[in-house]
Design a binder for this molecule. Structure first.
Ligand SMILES: [Zn+2]
Length: 278
């Protein structure tokens, strides 16, 4: 464990950072609990990012093998949900979908899950990770909360320190840093993506999750989306996230090193004569 943290996390209190992707396409990994978790909330953003040249990977902890009232076995349901998710990912331009195979409803924050996430982060090297806000204070699904926390724990400090899950080195996987997270389901979102131009692609992706949506009528879904955009005073449809950044803190120089003069370092103010050394 590091005694002195080499980074700090900063949010809305600091100067607003540039939007993600301002300097060119990024690699993003979305790590969620169930098939449809990513697409229902974020498919517009995923479509936009893919259209802008980003490389996007999906990781699903479960295959959604319990959420049905139909007469299907868990295996049948899982196979169907996985195929629905792959179809939606194809619509959006996602490069690859990985299923971790945990049982629906029983995702726990374990060292095993953290290690699997670390391994994938080291393999695919994303710049940005999208996941659930595991610390959302209001009601939350067990799997959503736990995949969010396990993912956060994988990002700091495990993935960046090679002695965590050192066995990955045998596969040629090296330590990696992820400095940006987008959290879904936060009660305090602060990062908004205008997806007005990607509503049709989002609806097409949602329609792929045929076993999980209330209507399969494309026009009805499109109308709902556009009405939602209109309710925002005609400002279009947005998807909301909480952005968390990991920024390296300036390291203090050793005490015996001369300090450079700087305009930001005020001169000591004498109080009642010469200032005593301290
Ligand atoms: Zn879910």
């Amino acid at each position: 464990m590091s005694l002195i943290p080499s980074f700090f996390s900063r949010n809305g209190r600091d100067a607003k950072p540039p939007p993600l992707g301002a300097d060119g396409p990024l690699t993003l990994m979305a790590i969620m609990a169930h098939p449809d978790d990513i697409d229902f909330g974020s498919a517009g953003s995923i479509a936009k990012w893919c259209a802008e040249g980003w490389t996007v990977y999906y990781v699903l902890a479960t295959s959604g093998d319990k959420g049905t009232h139909d007469d299907l076995s868990r295996q049948e349901l899982a196979a169907m949900r996985e195929e629905e998710q792959r179809a939606a990912a194809r619509v959006l331009g996602v490069k690859e979908v990985v299923f971790l195979g945990y049982p629906d409803g029983f995702v726990s924050v374990t060292a095993e899950l953290r290690g699997e996430i670390v391994r994938l982060l080291r393999k695919y090297k994303p710049d940005v990770v999208l996941t659930f806000d595991g610390f959302r204070p209001s009601f939350n699904h067990n799997d959503h909360r736990n995949i969010g926390i396990a993912t956060r724990d994988a990002i700091y400090p495990a993935v960046r320190d090679h002695l965590y899950f050192a066995e990955h080195a045998a596969e040629g996987l090296e330590a990696h840093r992820v400095n940006e997270m987008l959290l879904v389901g936060s009660t305090a979102p602060d990062y908004f993506v205008d997806v007005s131009d990607y509503i049709e692609t989002k609806v097409d992706a949602m329609l792929c999750h045929a076993s999980q949506i209330s209507t399969h009528d494309r026009d009805v879904l499109l109308k709902r989306m556009r009405e939602r955009g209109r309710r925002r005073g005609g400002r279009g449809l947005v998807e909301s996230f909480k952005r968390e950044r990991i920024v390296r803190a300036p390291q203090p120089a050793p005490a015996d090193e001369p300090q450079p003069a700087s305009a930001s370092q005020p001169e000591p103010t004498p109080v009642g004569g010469e200032r005593s050394r301290s």
